[in-house]
Design a protein around this ligand. Structure first.
Ligand SMILES: C[S@@+](CC[C@H](N)C(=O)[O-])C[C@H]1O[C@@H](n2cnc3c(N)ncnc32)[C@H](O)[C@@H]1O
Length: 272
């Protein structure tokens, strides 16, 4: 198979502009080799001889939009990732929300859910929290721009590194071994039905009446102006007194405007 050399600076800029327009993801030129590798697979798969041909292809064929977006997103995720967020949800957000909204089902949004570990992890932690807070109705909405990861997430089948941090007791409680595939574990059906998975761009989706948003390890891919737009959208999506949780390495300065940061021993959670 003919190889395609790495993107030139000019080609990189054209693709980077397109990616910003389509997904609001900002790529710096240090990522030129990474982007070349990701796009090369699509270029070859679509029969293009070079990146200029592939650019013309992706911008003229609407059916290439989905695989293009799938190729350029970074979907790293695993269970029990940065557990401080879950502790903040259980210790700070849920007690206050249940007091303020005793009748409403608690709606939690996993924004940029990737392959589903985060929304399932939220559902497990909510179920665990019910032991001290009492039983309450809830739902998790999970969205991602990549249809491939959402399709994977809906199945709820995991193995290896993705599940290695789950405490054994909780793995036993919330998963069952897949009888058809050794070493694979399936999320229990009653938990799976709690998650409403959707393919959505965060800059277009408009959930409302959300009580708690998790948007972790997603905003790092956006530039400051887009982060600000997104934070505004999250603010509008939340009920009064609703909460936002971000990844521990994400820059927080843009959050200060509208949200009130609540500093806790486990980290910071933002209240509307
Ligand atoms: C690194 S993963 C983070 C997954 C999970 N939140 C976690 O912390 O483990 C980032 C996800 O954000 C998604 N994403 C990036 N830009 C997006 C956008 N504009 N709209 C929706 N999802 C987006 C990617 O497809 C990817 O699955």
């Amino acid at each position: 198979m003919a190889d395609i050399p790495d993107l030139t600076s000019e080609q990189f800029r054209k693709f980077a502009d397109l990616i910003r327009r389509e997904a609001s993801i900002t790529l710096r030129e240090q990522k030129i080799v990474l982007l070349s590798n990701r796009l090369r697979r699509r270029a070859l798969a679509t029969g293009c001889a070079n990146f200029d041909e592939y650019f013309a292809f992706v911008t003229s064929k609407p059916e290439e939009r989905r695989p293009f977006l799938e190729a350029i997103t970074t979907n790293e995720s695993y269970f029990w990732r940065s557990t401080a967020s879950f502790d903040l949800m259980k210790k700070v957000a849920l007690p206050q929300l249940l007091k303020a909204y005793p009748k409403a089902p608690i709606q939690i949004w996993s924004a940029g859910c990737s392959t589903g570990e985060e929304p399932y992890n939220i559902a497990m932690e909510v179920t665990e929290a019910m032991k001290s807070l009492g039983v309450f109705p809830y739902q998790v909405i999970a969205t991602d721009i990549s249809a491939r990861v959402v399709d994977f997430a809906k199945v709820g089948r995991y193995s290896g590194r993705k599940i290695e941090k789950i405490p054994p007791l909780l793995l036993y409680r919330y998963f069952r071994a897949d009888p058809e595939s050794k070493g694979q574990f399936l999320v229990r059906d009653d938990l799976r039905t709690k998650i409403d998975f959707r393919v959505e761009n965060l800059f277009e989706s408009t959930p409302r009446n959300i009580h708690c948003i998790f948007c972790r390890n997603v905003m790092i891919y956006f530039q400051k102006a887009d982060q600000e737009i997104l934070i505004r959208r999250f603010y509008d999506a939340l009920v009064p007194g609703g909460f936002l949780l971000v990844g521990h390495s994400e820059s927080l300065h843009v959050l200060q405007a509208d949200f009130t940061p609540v500093h806790c021993p486990d980290g910071v959670i933002y209240r509307k």
